[in-house]
Design a protein around this ligand. Structure first.
Ligand SMILES: *Cc1c(COP(=O)(O)O)cnc(C)c1O
Ligand code: SF4
Length: 379
């Protein structure tokens, strides 16, 4: 057994552990564990500095998870974009490939709580269907291995999967979405890196949410992957009490760059049952983006996105930089809130945001009036 597998076996992973080690009341612990599994491996557990800190909040259950019965379980409508159980196909040229239900730590804010940890819903037995689906769809040029955490597979199984995907001629790039460099960096070994290298071009997106996760172990893991020629990106979820602070976010983004990881996305928290206590107002995300721009390397600045409820895909959010227009001049403001005027060219066909003339929403296949829908949400 490899070290990381040994560590996994020593995880806090039951309601009983919650009662004995964290003083939970038995009934609440049982309920929380059945709503979404508990698993905290000893490495991630060791990052906690005090109860309620940003690491604790991400891995220790909270009874607030139980109070959100009215919220959707599948806010991004992934299941309705799922032609076979292991594939989510939302965009024209790329698919998510759900490889395993397992993770080395179950994040309490996970947006895929309805599936993750449940091997009935994500299972190896669906992998071949996924490969067949991709092979039958020549428009798919980018395959994103996700889950759960694909690096929960053994090197042997992962290699078999990569080989299967690489045999499909129209697949150009393979991406792996994994939290391992952050939550169990011991999973990243020289043997794994050497194996991955054979299947280039491979990209990895990892998932750090707080500067305390940027440890020497994590740095070593990322360095090893980067040395194998794998470009590393990072996806962060904006969360109340964890990282909803521009100084913390700045520190995180800088630390990531120094670990050779390029910030990619900052996600507005999805509206998912059992995770709503992490949600922040969008103005918080915009404020953070505003403060990053200009105060640090452009390389350290991710895209801030909202994954559209109902499955519309990721929508980038930017602070307002265009203050207005005067004739052909665009009036802008910079990161110091100084006004700048950019004289635009008249001759060029201007790019306009395509105006949405009669806004409508699609819901259960029907066109709905937006104003009506908003009224309904407000009520
Ligand atoms: C996020 C996501 C992708 C990848 O999006 P990129 O913007 O290309 O990183 C692909 N498919 C689904 C369903 C997604 O949610
Ligand atoms: S590692 Fe990803 S898939 Fe697994 S619990 Fe965390 S957020 Fe969910």
């Amino acid at each position: 057994m490899e070290l990381w597998q040994e560590m996994l076996r020593q995880s806090v992973d039951s309601a009983k552990d919650l009662v004995e080690r964290f003083g939970f009341e038995k009934q609440a612990a049982d309920k929380l564990n059945s709503l979404f599994h508990i698993r905290i491996n000893p490495y991630y557990l060791s990052l906690i500095r005090h109860p309620g800190d940003p690491i604790w909040l991400q891995c220790i259950p909270d009874s607030k998870e139980l109070l959100q019965d009215d919220l959707p379980e599948d806010p991004l409508a992934e299941d309705s974009h799922s032609p076979v159980p292991s594939i989510v196909h939302r965009y024209p040229d790329r698919v998510l490939f759900l490889t395993t239900s397992q993770c080395s730590m179950y994040c309490r804010f996970c947006t895929r709580k309805r599936k993750v940890g449940d091997s009935k819903k994500i299972n190896m037995k669906y992998l071949q269907d996924g490969i067949d689906y991709i092979a039958a769809h020549p428009e798919v040029r980018d395959v994103i291995l996700s889950g759960g955490d694909p690096l929960m597979l053994t090197d042997f199984l992962l290699e078999r999967l990569l080989k299967g995907i690489r045999e499909i001629p129209h697949v150009e790039i393979i991406r792996i979405g994994t939290k391992m460099p952050c939550v169990l960096p011991q999973r990243i070994t020289l043997k794994l890196s050497k194996m991955l290298k054979k299947y280039h071009p491979i990209y990895i997106n990892t998932h750090f949410n707080h500067p305390w996760e940027c440890t020497p172990e994590a740095k070593r893991a990322c360095g090893m992957l980067a040395d194998a020629g794998i470009p590393l990106g990072n996806q962060t979820v904006l969360m109340k009490g964890v990282n909803d602070d521009s100084a913390i976010m700045l520190e995180l983004m800088r630390k990531l760059l120094s670990m050779r990881v390029r910030p990619y996305y900052l996600y507005q928290a999805d509206i998912t049952k059992g995770t709503d206590h992490f949600r922040t107002p969008v103005s918080k995300g915009l404020e953070i983006m505003d403060k990053l721009r200009g105060t640090t390397s452009g390389l350290a600045i991710p895209y801030y996105v909202i994954d559209a409820p109902g499955g519309g895909g990721k929508i980038p959010m930017l602070p307002q930089y265009v203050v207005g227009r005067a004739g052909k001049n665009i009036i802008l403001r910079n990161y110091k809130y100084e006004i700048c005027i950019y004289p635009d060219l008249e001759e060029e066909p201007a790019y306009h945001n395509p105006p949405v003339e009669k806004p409508f929403l699609r819901k259960n296949g029907k066109r709905k009036d937006v104003i009506q829908e908003v009224k309904m949400i407000e009520e």
